[in-house]
Design a protein. Structure first.
Length: 642
């Protein structure tokens, strides 16, 4: 267990972390969320003791191990992929080196019995620590993260920063620490590696805290959410879906409280203004002034601003937006895309998925004309106006221009008044818009480029990883704008939550070919799983007649099992709703009693009612969590039948 007690940290006048108390029990599954720049990474660095807090203390057991995956690229020594990953078990590697040295000594004539005995003891220790299976474990983890068999002996220098971060992640997983801190672990992973990592972490034995803007990832792994707001942690006892629901309730309560305080403030001020100069009312006026001063300051109440904007569409395109006919493209042999056909129609919102290197970016570059096919034809429809967003486009920015001027240089005059609003959405507030491009980080430059694209009057948007470098609030605003966009959309993204909300078609790039699926990303996963099961079933050598009988029997058993499970889940949901209903009714009664001044004449009664009120609130939250979990199970069950 780790305990952060009274931790504070400031940068200049800005208080990033304010007197935080946080207990991290063994087996925790936490997500730490909040807008960019609120201090989440700073908190991680304090936990790892890479940064000292300015007050407070960090308590943890002496032998407690912490593994930390940072966002920024890490310096590696030059070694092979496999050897670098195995450094997660550095102590085992040191022991292996000592054993090798002892073996050399033992082979020399005249060695002592003590030396042989020591070798035996060390070999036994090496075996008990899992030394002989370390290489196999390392290869399995690296494979799950996307490395091929031939990559294991390649030098780290041959790989990009994103792939080197995968190696470091593999090293941390092999370390198997008591606490694993992951700062944006999904940034450098494709969807296949992401799904593997989720499964691996679901079975991880230690505690995990995740900083991530990938809401799907958080939903799958986190049991509790901690939001860092104004330097303090706010706790939500559920996954991200529960957090979203609770935030709506919190926002409504805050707005209601602000309205109530505003009305009371106005009422008291009206009395003061009316009778301020009447001597007979002087006592009452002073009393009202004191009451007014005691009212909570509205300005200090935390109100979350939900940003939104609309994408402008130029002239509507014709129905056929894009056609590929017998297209082949190769950088070398074999071809990346081989004899493919593709048709995209107006209004389709498509996710382009596939492993890294499968050809997704190549396909988008063929569409926008940055590449030309060796064979076949790419045809754009009439009145199609394309805007293409990709990470490398930051190279086209004018480094001498300010943020505002850069965006304004490509935007139609009619959209000039919206520039600062959209820049604010992506983290450029106040005078930030007058910063020169040259001083911005890579992520900030990408957000400037994204703003330019979104303010362009187009009807066909192609976006390659648009949510990189965006916090959750910005992602939500972007996805809402793309949902409402009445043009055509092609997305490459590993943000599955983002894809699920927007797309109505999925195209998978695999083995130099394209396969289309109707529906969102979850529909695609279900259909792909069903297809894989059908393929496996088709390989069975069972005679057809017997296979049909077996299938009918199994289908009947499955229907019966599903029907029973469905009844059980529905009964549990009804039970939860009944308990919540009863508790809510009792809560109303207790609240009304607590609102009566006479209640407080009896101290014991008031204390008892207060305790009961808090117990009811806790019980309602517990039943709501149970209802949410059971409802999700029922949804999954029903989805499996589609």
């Amino acid at each position: 267990m780790v305990h952060l007690k009274g931790i504070s940290f400031s940068i200049g006048e800005r208080r990033l972390i304010d007197d935080i108390d946080w207990i991290i029990p063994n087996g925790s599954r936490f997500a730490l969320i909040g807008p960019n720049g609120t201090g989440k990474t700073t908190l991680f660095r304090i936990i790892t003791q890479n940064l000292s807090s300015q007050s407070g203390v960090l308590l943890k057991p002496k032998e407690y191990t912490i593994g930390f995956l940072p966002q920024e690229e890490i310096e590696f020594s030059d070694s092979t992929i496999l050897h670098s990953a195995m450094q997660g078990k550095a102590e085992l590697l040191r022991l292996a080196a000592e054993i090798d040295q002892l073996r050399i000594q033992v082979e020399q004539p005249g060695h002592s019995e003590n030396l042989l005995k020591k070798l035996g003891e060390m070999e036994h220790q090496f075996d008990s620590w899992g030394g002989y299976s370390l290489e196999a474990q390392a290869k399995a983890v690296l494979s799950g993260l996307g490395f091929g068999k031939d990559d294991m002996t390649r030098s780290l220098r041959e790989f990009s920063g994103g792939w080197r971060m995968r190696v470091y992640l593999a090293r941390l997983l092999l370390l198997n620490p008591d606490l694993l801190l992951l700062d944006e672990p999904t940034n450098h992973l494709d969807l296949t590696a992401l799904e593997w990592l989720e499964q691996y972490l679901a079975n991880f034995g230690g505690s995990i805290i995740i900083i991530s803007h990938d809401r799907y990832f958080i939903d799958r792994l986190a049991r509790e959410i901690f939001e860092l707001v104004h330097g303090r942690l706010k706790h939500y006892a559920g996954n991200y879906h529960y957090y979203e629901q609770q935030k709506v309730i919190d926002l409504a309560q805050t707005e209601a409280k602000i309205a109530q305080l505003s009305r009371e403030r106005s009422r008291q001020q009206a009395f003061i203004d009316r009778f301020r100069y009447k001597a007979t009312k002087a006592t009452q006026v002073q009393s009202r002034l004191k009451m007014l001063n005691r009212l909570e300051d509205i300005d200090h109440l935390p109100v979350e601003h939900r940003y939104s904007f609309k994408l402008s569409v130029s002239t509507e395109s014709y129905l056929e937006v894009l056609t590929f006919k017998n297209v082949t493209f190769a950088y070398d042999t074999p071809a990346v895309l081989d004899n493919i056909d593709l048709e995209i129609y107006r209004g389709q919102k498509i996710a382009l998925v596939g492993d890294n290197g499968a050809g997704k970016t190549t396909l988008t570059r063929l569409i926008v004309g940055q590449l030309s096919p060796q064979f076949g034809q790419v045809t754009l429809g009439q009145r199609v106006k394309i805007a293409y967003y990709a990470q490398h486009q930051i190279e086209a920015l004018d480094f001498h221009a300010t943020v505002y001027d850069q965006v304004a240089s490509t935007v139609a005059d009619v959209h000039l008044p919206r520039i600062r609003d959209v820049l604010g959405l992506f983290g450029f507030h106040g005078d930030d818009v007058f910063k020169p491009i040259s001083v911005l980080s890579g992520g900030e430059k990408a957000r400037v480029s994204l703003t330019q694209i979104l303010l362009s009057p187009v009807n066909f948007l192609i976006m390659d990883e648009p949510t990189n470098h965006l916090d959750i609030a910005s992602r939500e605003a972007l996805e809402n704008a793309l949902v409402d966009f009445n043009g055509t959309l092609l997305l490459i993204s590993h943000d599955r939550y983002f894809l699920d909300k927007i797309v109505n078609r999925v195209i998978e790039v695999h083995d130099r070919a394209l396969t289309g699926y109707e529906g969102n990303y979850t529909d695609y996963l279900n259909k792909r799983m069903f297809s894989a099961q059908q393929t496996i079933a088709g390989k069975s050598e069972t005679p057809i007649g017997r296979r049909l009988k077996d299938e009918k029997r199994k289908e009947a058993e499955l229907r019966q099992s599903v029907s029973q499970k469905r009844r059980e889940l529905n009964a549990e949901i009804e039970n939860c709703e009944s308990n919540i209903d009863q508790l809510e009714k009792r809560k109303v009664v207790v609240e009304s009693l607590l609102g009566v001044p006479d209640t407080y004449k009896n101290g014991d009664q008031a204390a008892s009612l207060t305790r009961e009120y808090h117990q009811i609130k806790d019980a309602i939250e517990e039943w709501l969590r149970k209802w949410e979990t059971t409802s999700s199970m029922l949804e999954e069950l029903l989805r499996s039948l589609e």
